[in-house]
Design a protein around this ligand. Structure first.
Ligand SMILES: CC(C)(COP(=O)(O)OP(=O)(O)OC[C@H]1O[C@@H](n2cnc3c(N)ncnc32)[C@H](O)[C@@H]1OP(=O)(O)O)[C@@H](O)C(=O)NCCC(=O)NCCS
Length: 174
């Protein structure tokens, strides 16, 4: 496949590439970087990396463990997106957050990477023996909704969270 992605965990070796990825969002006027475990708000890479890696096994974030991945294009090793997979849900995450958050860098959107990245993360979820994955999208976020649907997401309900309409999708991995 041309433009094939792989997903990898963040590391010190990726510091420059992750910082460049982060900067592109700011250059496009975006302040949130979905699926990155808060890299936009992090001032110190080393502290952020320590936190991200600890959440996978030792510490909890929002009361669950989570894995954060960056998707990298095989042809040029460029970071294309970020995706976070929570290993379980809490009642609060069932209302807002779900299992997975994802983002594709602004300059690489609408090229099929969002779908490809989500499929790779679903494979990780399957390996973690998560039987069903919940994805929550703002009702007005058409790209996010279409990405969830393109990977098998089934709309199961709608709710309002902090005044905003959301749609809840489930993807069955069994
Ligand atoms: C959501 C996001 C990850 C999608 O990534 P992407 O690489 O652009 O998505 P793809 O190119 O793989 O497209 C996936 C589907 O969405 C559709 N889509 C993507 N952008 C769209 C847009 N702006 N308008 C309408 N449809 C769009 C595609 O046509 C495709 O649908 P299809 O399978 O029916 O053809 C990306 O838009 C993004 O990073 N947005 C900001 C962060 C965000 O909102 N994250 C989700 C909340 S956690």
């Amino acid at each position: 496949m041309t433009n094939e992605l792989i997903i990898i965990r963040p590391s010190y070796e990726l510091k420059e590439a992750i910082w460049e990825y982060r900067q592109e969002y700011f250059d496009f006027g975006e302040t949130q970087i979905n699926g990155s475990c808060g890299i936009a708000q992090a001032d110190n890479f080393d502290e952020w990396l320590k936190l991200v890696l600890s959440i996978e096994k030792d510490k909890l974030r929002k009361n669950v463990h989570a894995s954060t991945f960056f998707s990298v294009r095989k042809t040029d090793n460029k970071i294309i997106g970020s995706i976070q997979l929570r290993h379980s849900l809490t009642p609060e995450l069932e209302k807002h957050g779900g299992h997975i958050g994802y983002g594709i860098r602004p300059s690489e959107r609408r090229k099929g990477y969002g779908k490809q990245q989500l499929l790779l993360a679903l494979n990780e979820a399957y390996n973690l023996k998560i039987p069903k994955v919940m994805i929550i999208c703002d009702k007005d976020n058409i790209p996010s909704i279409k990405t969830a649907i393109s990977c098998g997401g089934i709309l199961t309900c709608e709710n309002i969270y902090e005044g905003k309409a959301q749609q809840i999708y489930w993807i069955d991995l069994c």
